[in-house]
Write a protein that binds this ligand. Sequence first.
Ligand code: C5P
Length: 233
Amino acid sequence: MHKAPIVLAVDTPELVTAIEWVKATQDYVSVYKLGLEFFLTFGSDGVKAIKDVTNSDIFLDLKLHDIPHTVSGAAKAVSHLKPRFLTVHASGGSAMIKAAVDALPTTHVTGVTILTSLSEADVADIGFRDNALSSAVGLSKIAVGAGAGAIVCSPLEIAAIRAAVGAGPIIITPGVRPADSTVTDDQVRTMTPKAAIATGANFVVIGRPITQSWSLGAAAMRDRAAQIASELI
Ligand code: C5P
């Protein structure tokens, strides 16, 4: 079956569990997102262990943010893993983003705009001149201008960012919840995966709405991934 435009957030501190999640869902999941906790715990060997059990792509969510020279070195340090996506904070600026792009020519360097965990008050406190939406649009333009191939944003920002950056860049959005989800967790301003894709996202990041079904076993998790995938393809 054709895989759905789902990025599964592999948020677990156990490598064995992570591998089982991938095995259970990979018929439906295009990309596996491995974050800071995973990478700091299991390193490159952990990423390779995931790659060994799937032909789906890897999204390294390291959210790099440092001076260009350091980001360049960090990007080169993971180049052998050939991630399809590697995140950097777009607020690191054009030269920093370009340093990552130059270091990883075959990866989509992915600009993270405004974290969805930030409130409007937080955005103002940090010193952004504009509100979260306008700031996210501005950061997306900087990222794409510096060569980023993808953007991470809130589902509520998809339309404005798509209008600003055009059809080329890949838009990836967390903060989605299936219509029947009993899981709300800490995601407050959500959209359904189907609505996010219809609005112009190329991929949706989904974690707990799929991974929590692991408590019912591998077959249940596979069924849950299949059900959500069926709404997207
Ligand atoms: O909430 P869920 O488990 O679906 O989250 C999946 C991923 O979305 C997490 O790995 C996290 O990185 C990301 N996320 C986010 N912004 C939030 C909450 C989660 O980007 N407010």
